[in-house]
Every structure is written in structure tokens, then in C-alpha cells.
Unconditional design. Structure first.
Ligand code: ATP
Ligand code: MG
Length: 598
């Protein structure tokens, strides 16, 4: 919890200091009221009361009460402002940090948990900073000021009050010890509810088609019930606080009056008895104020465990050092070749290698096809080139240099990677195609206009080559047509074509297509490859596909099986020599095509 405060900026510390100053003022004014009360009581008891004296003291009391209220509002405002500003900064920090994560860290945290951490956990922290922190500052001030004012009277009362405070503190400490772990668990269970909710929403079509509503409902109910029962237990523990406070307040009042009776009995004169009685009235007012302060601790300790857990969960993200650290080389020296040297890779947390002892070399300008059965390690191999993961053994070289040496941004700038599952972002067709591009989207200067026209032309060209024109021209607004979240308003094949257009738009030196043509019909696949061949002439192209037709014209084909390369050569050579390739070919090609190839 304390550690997260290190993320506070100067502006937030200033607001915090202002809030603390207002709290001090508020408490001081609040605790001044009994002094005037004491003066009035004394006037009445000693018979020295005058109307003007009473009115003046009454006015002072009113002024103190009004001032305390204004100070309380000001401290509430400044602390709310501080909390909102801190949570905005923390959300940004989380966002930036997550952007540096490799797939390994993403897998470790899980998307559902990262979302809960950057929303729910930040809100918990914000609530605490806005209200809890203020009280946390106020309670010691109110307690020490009240104790100071009370101690000038009779030590017996102060001792009884201090003892009560210590006892309450012990109960609070015990509650934190037992409630805190449950609140930590509550956050994890919220992740689980979030996961179930997400799965239910993203998999809606499959759930309906498989009549799996009951199954999903049961899963959600389980997660929801777990959260509820854990929360019930945690809150039941915290419910002990008000009863403890009530008991302590009653016990303290009884103690003050008993001590008062004892002191009055021991007094030597009537005047002293009146003085003790006045002191007792004032003292019990202070004691009540102080216990009110302490009962607000209940709210703090209700919030603190959750805020502390949330801080830990946020810090877990902020303190994670991404395993993939950027290198320093910002420019490729040699041609855009790709080489794997005895590369093996194991996913974190698994015991077996996903790919093993892979070696091959692709020269600049070559097109290489990679084929193999499901789970043979094709995507894994592809992920290693843009350094989405780091190799476990061996080396991956781009332009003759280990990928680890490159600045990550520079390495990825050289290549366009089209993942197996097409990803589209909320925006327009144009924003998706030019995604990550730095072209001006408008402007008055001649230069900007020229660049804008060039950008539009590149978008149009990428759409044309990726065979997307046919459906984009039918969309409302064409390139300006909206794309909904996750690309839900376009078909699977259209999504693939738009993500290929995105790769073309960048005009990179290296193209990486991971089964990016799988949802296209044969005709579109053929047309797209023909266009791409012209477009990518001179570039290095890697195409993963499970279709022989897609890769058979490649300069070289790698055949993968169970994480290893089991064949390397042209379509013709492999048809003659590679058993795994032959098996795939027999199931996909007609006898004529087979005869033509062989
Ligand atoms: N994130 C991951 N964590 C753990 N294991 C993984 C992960 N991703 C893939 N694997 C495993 O690695 C192996 C290779 O998977 P990979 O995705 O590379 O296969 P693929 O050849 O691309 O298959 P497909 O043709 O189905 O796309 C599989 O056994 C798979 O279970
Ligand atoms: Mg794959």
C-alpha cells in the first residue's frame, strides 16, 4: 500500500498536503467548541452569566461549527481531486506497462485479470485515497488533539480513554489479520466472475448453437456464488467493528462518570465540585468526539484491506520486468534474410519443447512456405521472428543479426506479421488498414495535403491487392466505413483480407503470413497471391498454410511435424522425397495435379 504512494506525483502530494491542512483546521475548530461550552457552563454554575457573554460564546461556537464544515468540504474536494488524478496516472502507467509485455507476461496475467486490475482495482484504490486516506490522517489528529485537551484535566479520565483506544486498536488489528486474506481472495474471485462473463459474451454464438446455456449458467453461478460466500464471510468479520465500538463507547462513558463521582466525592469544597462537574461534561464531549473519530476507523479498515490488495495487484503489473528486453541496434545492415540456427522453444510452464532443433535460412527476396499438421509448431516458429517470444535454445537472425540485438520497435518495423486469427480494431476500414502508420489524416498545408493523398492512395492500393475492394466498395462510406469492436460487422474471410491489407500498406521488407489465407476461397486465395507476388517482389516472404495450393509455388517449402522440420525443398522435390508432404498432397490434390507436380 505504501509502495503505491511512491507513484504519486508532485501535484498529487500538494493536493494531499492541502487536504491534510484542511483536516487539521477542521479538527481544531471542532475541538474548540467544548471550550466555549465549558465557558458557558462555568458562567451559569458560578452565576456570572450575562446575556452578551452567553451570546458571544454561542456565536463563537457557531463560527467554529461553520468553519469546520467549510474545512471538511475543502478537504473532501482536494482529496477527491488527488485520488482522481492518481488513479488516472496509474491507469496510464498500467496501460504503458502492458504494452511492453510479451505474450509470456500476457499469458501469465490473463486478459480478464489485467482488465479487472486496471479498472476495479484502480477504483478500490481511488476510493481509499479519496475517503480512507483522509480519515487515516484525521483520526490520529483528532485523537491526539482530544487527548491533549483532555490530559490537562484529570489523568484518570485520560488513562481510561487511552486504554479504550488501545483495546479498540487491538480488535481492529485482529480483524485486519483475518479479514485481509478474504478480501485478497475476493479480488481473485472477481477475476473469475469477469472471465466467466467474458467467455459468455464472446462465445455467445457457440453457446447458443450448442445449447450450452445451462452449462455456462452453471459455470457463472459457481463463480458468482464463490464470490458471494467469500464476501459474506469477510463482511461478517467486519460487522464486529460497530458492536465493538458501541460497547467501548458505553464502557468509557460509565468509566468517566464513575471516576467523576469518585473525584467529586473527594473534592474539598463546593466550588471544586462544580469545577469537576464542568470538566466531566466537557471531557465526555471530547471523549464522544474522539470515539466518533475512532469509529470512522471502521470505514478505513473496511476499505484498507481491499485497497491494499488492489495496490499489490496493481504493483504486480507495474513491477513486472518484461522478459523481452529491447536491444540497441536501430538499423539492419545486411539484406532482409532470415536464419534459424538450432532453435528450440518451450512455452513457459510446459515441460516439452514446442519446436526442436530448427535450422533453415531464407535469402532476401525468397518466398518460403511452411506446411505441417495441426500443432506441429508453425505458429510457434513464426512468433519467434518478430520476438513475440524469445527462443529457449539457439538463435534467430534477421539480416545476419540476432533478433535480440535489435531495438524491438526497429525489428518489428521491418516486417508485417499477419497472425493466424485476424484482429481488427474499432474504427474505420481505413484506420485498420493504415494501423500504426504515421500519416496525417488531414491538414491545410500543401505538404500535408500531398501526404494525405498519398496515404489515401496507399490504403486504396492495399485494399485492392488484398482483394478487399469487392466488399469494401459495397460498405457504406467505403474506406470510411465503420469497423465495430473486434470486426464483428465483417465476415471471417473479409477480416483476414483486411488484416492482409494492413500488412501490404506498410510495404515492409519481410512478410510473415500465419495461415492468413485459410478463410479465403480458392479463387480469392489465387488472385490474392498473384497480386501479393507483384507487391512483395524483392521482399522476403514466409507463408504458413495447411493448404498445399497456397504454398506450392514457393521457392522453398519447409515441412513440419511434431515440432521438427522433416522436409525441405520445392513442391516437386518434396512430392518425391518427403513422406509427410506426400500424405498431405494425396489428401488435397487431384491425380492430375499430383502428376503435374511430380
Ligand atoms: N501459449 C501456449 N502455451 C503453451 N503451449 C502452447 C501455446 N501455444 C501453443 N502451444 C503448444 O505448442 C504446440 C505448437 O503449437 P502451434 O500453435 O505452433 O501449432 P501450429 O502448427 O501453428 O498449429 P495450427 O496449424 O493448428 O495453427 C502445440 O502442442 C500447442 O499445444
Ligand atoms: Mg498455428
Amino acid at each position: 500500500m505504501i509502495k503505491i504512494l511512491r507513484h504519486m506525483k508532485r501535484r498529487q502530494w500538494v493536493l494531499f498536503a492541502a487536504s491534510t491542512a484542511f483536516i487539521l483546521l477542521q479538527t481544531f475548530l471542532d475541538l474548540s467548541i467544548p471550550d466555549y461550552m465549558s465557558a458557558i457552563t462555568e458562567m451559569v454554575q458560578t452565576g456570572t452569566a450575562t446575556t452578551s457573554g452567553l451570546v458571544m460564546n454561542g456565536c463563537y461556537m457557531l463560527l467554529c461549527a461553520g468553519g469546520a464544515t467549510i474545512a471538511a468540504i475543502a478537504s473532501g474536494y482536494t482529496s477527491a481531486k488527488m485520488a482522481a488524478s492518481l488513479s488516472q496516472d496509474i491507469r496510464s502507467e498500467i496501460f504503458h506497462k502492458v504494452q511492453t509485455f510479451s505474450k509470456e507476461e500476457m499469458d501469465r496475467f490473463s486478459t480478464a485479470s489485467l482488465i479487472t486490475r486496471s479498472t476495479n482495482d484502480v477504483v478500490q484504490l481511488q476510493n481509499f485515497c479519496a475517503r480512507g486516506l483522509r480519515m487515516l490522517v484525521r483520526v490520529p489528529i483528532i485523537v491526539s488533539l482530544a487527548l491533549y485537551k483532555m490530559s490537562v484535566r484529570y489523568w484518570q479520565w485520560s488513562a481510561a480513554t487511552a486504554l479504550t483506544v488501545v483495546l479498540i486498536m487491538i480488535v481492529i488489528a485482529l480483524l485486519i489479520k483475518y479479514a485481509h486474506p478474504r478480501f485478497r481472495r475476493m479480488q481473485i474471485l472477481t477475476d473469475d466472475v469477469n472471465r466467466s462473463m467474458r467467455e459468455n459474451m464472446t462465445g455467445m454464438r457457440v453457446i447458443r448453437a450448442y445449447n450450452a446455456k445451462d452449462y455456462q449458467m452453471a459455470d457463472f453461478e459457481r463463480a458468482n456464488t464463490n464470490l458471494m460466500s467469500n464476501e459474506r464471510k469477510a463482511r461478517t468479520l467486519l460487522q464486529l467493528m460497530p458492536s465493538t465500538n458501541q460497547f467501548a463507547a458505553n464502557a468509557l462513558t460509565v468509566a468517566i462518570y464513575c471516576i467523576g463521582a469518585y473525584l467529586v466525592a473527594g473534592a474539598s469544597s463546593g466550588t471544586e465540585q462544580i469545577a469537576i462537574f464542568t470538566d466531566m461534561v466537557v471531557f465526555s464531549t471530547y471523549a464522544t468526539k474522539m470515539l466518533q473519530g475512532i469509529s470512522s476507523l471502521e470505514l478505513i479498515f473496511n476499505m484498507l484491506p481491499r485497497a491494499a490488495t488492489s495496490s499489490e495487484r496493481i504493483l504486480e503489473i507495474l513491477n513486472t520486468e518484461p522478459k523481452i528486453q529491447s536491444g540497441t541496434v536501430t538499423e539492419r545492415k545486411g539484406p532482409a534474410s532470415i536464419e534459424f540456427k538450432n532453435v528450440s522453444f518451450k512455452y513457459p510452464g510446459t515441460s516439452e519443447m514446442a519446436i526442436e532443433d530448427i535450422s533453415f535460412r531464407i535469402e532476401e527476396g525468397q518466398t518460403i512456405g511452411i506446411i505441417g499438421s495441426t500443432a506441429s509448431g508453425k505458429s510457434t516458429l513464426m512468433n519467434l521472428i518478430p520476438r513475440l517470444y524469445d527462443v529457449t535454445e539457439g538463435e534467430v537472425l534477421v539480416g545476419g543479426l540476432n533478433v535480440k540485438e535489435y531495438d524491438c520497435g526497429e525489428l518489428r518495423r521491418q516486417m508485417s506479421y499477419v497472425p493466424q486469427t485476424a484482429v481488427l480494431f474499432t474504427g474505420t476500414v481505413e484506420s485498420n488498414v493504415s494501423y500504426g502508420g504515421n500519416f496525417p489524416k488531414g491538414g491545410a498545408s500543401a505538404d500535408a495535403e500531398g501526404e494525405n493523398a498519398a496515404h489515401k492512395e496507399r490504403v486504396r492500393h492495399a485494399i485492392e491487392v488484398s482483394q478487399s475492394e469487392e466488399f469494401v466498395s459495397r460498405m457504406p462510406g467505403q474506406e470510411e466505413a465503420p469497423v465495430f469492436r473486434g470486426g464483428t460487422n465483417v465476415s471471417g474471410g473479409q477480416k483476414q483480407r483486411l488484416s492482409i491489407a494492413r500488412a501490404i500498406y506498410r510495404h515492409p521488407d519481410i512478410y510473415l503470413f500465419d495461415d492468413a489465407f485459410s478463410a479465403l476461397d480458392y479463387k480469392t486465395d489465387r488472385l490474392l497471391r498473384a497480386g501479393l507476388k507483384k507487391e512483395s517482389s524483392g521482399a522476403t516472404v514466409l507463408i504458413v498454410s495447411s493448404r498445399i495450393a497456397t504454398i506450392k509455388d514457393a521457392d522453398k517449402i519447409l515441412v513440419m511435424d511434431e515440432g521438427r522440420i522433416v522436409g525441405e525443398g520445392t513442391h516437386k522435390e518434396l512430392l518425391e522425397s518427403c513422406r509427410v508432404y506426400q500424405e498431405i498432397a494425396y489428401t488435397q490434390l487431384t491425380p492430375e495435379e499430383l502428376a503435374k507436380g511430380a
